[in-house]
Design a protein around this ligand. Structure first.
Ligand SMILES: Cc1cc2nc3c(=O)[nH]c(=O)nc-3n(C[C@H](O)[C@H](O)[C@H](O)COP(=O)(O)OP(=O)(O)OC[C@H]3O[C@@H](n4cnc5c(N)ncnc54)[C@H](O)[C@@H]3O)c2cc1C
Length: 438
């Protein structure tokens, strides 16, 4: 096989894969269609741009996202290294200034020996005899999705999910809010809007009644459970929001000394504190409705929207039919699928998938045998799951502790059990790295 790797898509997965392959001495052609052709969600032509939330999830060792990030650090993740440099305060989670992260990462990747970034839309599968990684993400251009249909057995699969609004800081009346992190973790990193029962009920009812964007006939009206629009949650029952994104647990308003009935949280989006996200408020309400309803919240009466919440396409393959345990296409073993299009869900999962595909493709190109990841590791469990899930009802998947085997990590205490699984995962990964990560 050629010592050159071709990657389509310079997002989270593609950028990470490019670094991993280049680090192992391979030449990398990285194709990215932006800025010539933009997706409906990206803001720039930068590589590795996070398109919506600025959070990479919890840092706790016993959280799924915390364990996955710990493994990524063991595997020398390029993206996480840059994420740490762009960190903004966010309690116990890793949140970043998205555009400064992407700018630093792009400059570093473009300067890396062996990496060639080629701008422009890829509409046909690039020819060649070296490994080809498809990392074109949930917003894969329609022409490429069509070109992939030969490999993916169907035209293509998609569903829809929704993103949250971004508010301009100067338009928020912070004197009506209080600063605190849930359970006082970290500094007081979130701004919280406390709601009394009556305020909550009115707000929830308005959301439930809110007018949503039209769904075109050709679009399937399917929502991904983990990313339900906030108005859909409100419609599912009057108390649903109070147990979901507006839950008040772990938050005490210092002015009253009491826990509010419900809380809307705002999280800093950028290092300069110019923008704040409404946490958990992904929505497909019409823009006018977003203004009308969100401005009824105390402190947001004059809120200006930098970006409205919206609904978007999500393209992915039916991984259990298409991929083997190395994220490699069963029909054409030269082709790997990485990131969200491969059937994983989320920023950190997409980085993990890109990292492993970059590494597997490099081993292939160097003529080395593949060494499977232990399924006791988060990375191994995730790739194993998408390759072996039930194809009839396949949906992109996040890593959860439930994907890790229980055997050998038994405990009645749920937290202890997670600790045992997390320690076992990291030990197994360290051993695997010695053997297989070249
Ligand atoms: C609108 C939206 C919001 C999301 N919000 C979140 C969130 O808040 N939290 C979270 O954890 N996950 C979120 N996700 C899911 C997922 O984690 C992100 O999409 C993540 O960026 C996926 O990484 P990726 O590398 O697979 O794709 P991307 O980061 O999207 O990278 C794919 C790249 O391929 C390029 N490309 C596409 N087609 C072509 C082509 N034909 N030729 C050349 N280049 C091409 C694109 O321009 C893009 O740069 C969101 C997804 C979407 C679509």
């Amino acid at each position: 096989m050629s010592r050159k790797i071709t990657i389509v898509g310079g997002g989270l997965a593609g950028a990470e894969a490019a670094y991993q392959a280049a680090k192992r001495g391979l030449e990398v052609d990285l194709h990215e269609m932006r800025p010539q052709m933009m997706t409906e969600a990206h803001q720039s032509g930068l590589l590795g741009e996070m398109v919506c939330s600025n959070s990479l999830g919890s840092e706790e060792a016993t959280s799924a996202s915390g364990l996955l990030k710990r493994e990524l650090r063991l595997l020398d993740s390029f993206f996480l290294r840059h994420a740490e440099r762009a960190r903004v305060p966010a309690g116990g989670s890793l949140s970043v200034d998205r555009l400064s992260l992407a700018a630093d990462l792009s400059a570093a990747l473009e300067a890396l020996p062996g990496v060639r970034v080629i701008r422009g839309e890829v509409t046909q599968l690039p020819a060649g005899d070296g490994p080809l990684l498809i990392a074109s993400g949930p917003l894969t251009s329609p022409a490429l999705a069509q070109a992939l249909s030969g490999l993916t057995l169907r035209k293509h699969l998609y569903f829809y999910d929704a993103t949250c609004p971004l508010l301009r800081a100067e338009s928020i009346d912070f004197s009506r809010l209080f600063a605190a992190s849930r359970y006082e973790k970290g500094e007081a990193d979130f701004w919280n809007i406390p709601l009394e029962r009556g305020q909550y009920e009115t707000f929830s009812a308005e959301l439930a009644r809110g007018e949503t964007a039209e769904v075109h006939e050709f679009e399937k009206k399917v929502f991904f459970d983990a990313c339900l629009p906030v108005e859909e949650i409100a419609r599912s029952g009057p108390q649903s929001l109070a147990f979901g994104p507006l839950k008040p647990v772990g938050l005490v308003d210092p002015r009253s000394g009491a826990r509010p009935f419900a809380v809307v949280q705002l999280r800093q989006d950028d290092l300069k504190k110019n923008f704040y996200q409404l946490v958990g408020f992904q929505t497909r309400l019409k823009h006018g409705e977003q203004k009308r309803i969100f401005r009824t919240l105390p402190g947001l009466e004059r809120a200006e929207f930098e970006r409205f919440g919206r609904m978007h396409r999500n393209t992915y393959i039916n991984a259990p039919l298409i991929l083997d345990g190395f994220s490699r296409c069963k029909l054409d073993r030269r082709v790997y699928f990485a990131g969200q299009v491969s059937g994983v869900e989320g920023y950190v999962e997409s980085v993990a998938s890109g990292l492993l595909c970059g590494l597997f493709a490099a081993r292939d190109a160097l003529g080395l045998e593949q060494a499977g990841l232990p399924e006791t590791t988060a990375c191994g469990a995730l790739l194993g799951y998408i390759a072996r899930a039930d194809w009839r009802d396949f949906r992109p998947t996040k890593f959860t502790f439930g994907l890790l085997p229980d055997a050998g990590a038994e405990s009645r205490d749920k937290k202890k059990k997670k600790e045992l699984k997390a320690e076992r995962a990291c030990q197994a990964l360290e051993q695997w790295i010695k053997k297989a990560a070249i």
